[in-house]
Design a protein around this ligand. Structure first.
Ligand SMILES: [Zn+2]
Length: 305
């Protein structure tokens, strides 16, 4: 039995959006049990909310964008990966613009901010989705396979005909310390793509400060890579963030090859499409049997602001 978690107090970050180039303020705040992760656009009238849920994904081009009506929030995956890695179930993410700031292109700034304020256990048991059947998807050269397992595992592989990338694979297992290492992996792009995107009015905030840039042969960042397999690690980080959009902890072994935001979203849709694919485990009775003294200690640990 694992209790739900939120942040102990709020914490703020500021940075540019990788596509908008706009300076944006982001605030992570505690939330009540069973609230899930909710984005709030504080720059808009009446501060509309967008729950972090796969059904609210409106675009998977270059990044994952959530939307509700005509309200959107872009590049949500890196902050979601940090919340997943830290084991946060409930949080409010206030953003005063259309895009989550890219920070250094990794999840580390979000993860470190969460750990700086600490986590609080809540009074509800964390429900989870146990996959019961194998679910497979193939989109041209990309594929995803999810199989039943006792915890979340993601094995990502990539294959790029580029001397600095080639074939790389990485295996993430929930609950292991490698998660922190994964948070450091930065997003990456090829210079010709970035030039093309800038002409289209995208990638306005992209720089060597927030992405690994490659030309036809080399990594252009003067500091080089943070680790030789930074590319595949970032892909697994993206998958962690996108899978957080299930809105519930997933127990499954997921293998992803050449995957991206679109495949992650389609995999979630495929899993949820058939109720025979999964079972929702919600040990409410156990949560009610937590001794009242434990309740009191836990309650004093967090305040919802
Ligand atoms: Zn990414």
């Amino acid at each position: 039995m694992i209790l739900q978690r939120t942040l102990k107090s709020e914490v703020s970050l500021e940075g540019v959006g990788i596509h908008s180039g706009r300076l944006t303020h982001l605030k992570l705040k505690p939330a009540l049990p069973n609230r899930g992760i909710v984005f709030v656009r504080t720059d808009l009238d009446r501060s509309p909310e967008i729950p972090a849920h796969y059904a609210n994904v409106v675009s998977t081009q270059l990044a994952t964008t959530l939307g509700r009506g005509n309200v959107k929030i872009g590049t949500v995956e890196h902050v979601l990966a940090a919340l997943q890695c830290a084991g946060v179930d409930n949080a409010i993410i206030e953003v005063n613009g259309p895009e989550v700031p890219v920070m250094d292109g990794s999840s580390a700034p979000f993860f470190n901010a969460i750990l700086s304020v600490g986590l609080a256990s809540q009074l509800q048991v964390r429900p989870y989705l146990a996959l019961r059947k194998k679910v497979e998807l193939k989109l041209a050269e990309k594929w995803a396979v999810a199989e039943p397992a006792s915890r979340l595992e993601i094995r990502g592989s990539i294959e790029w005909d580029h001397p600095s990338i080639g074939y790389q694979e990485y295996h993430y297992r929930e609950g292991s310390s490698i998660c922190e290492d994964l948070m450091q992996a930065r997003t990456f792009g090829f210079v010709w793509e970035v030039e093309h995107l800038k002409k289209m009015g995208l990638a306005r905030g992209a720089s060597l400060e927030n992405a690994v840039a490659l030309d036809h042969a080399l990594v252009l960042n003067p500091e080089g890579l943070r680790c030789p397999d930074e590319f595949v690690k970032h892909k697994v980080l993206d998958a962690l963030g996108d899978l957080k959009l299930a809105g519930i902890s997933i127990q499954a072994y997921i293998r992803l090859h050449r995957a991206g935001h679109d495949l992650h979203n389609q995999l979630l849709k495929e899993i949820f499409k058939d109720p025979d694919n999964y079972e929702i485990i919600n040990n409410v009775e156990e949560s009610e049997s937590i001794p009242s003294r434990v309740h009191a200690v836990l309650a004093s640990e967090y305040a919802v602001g």
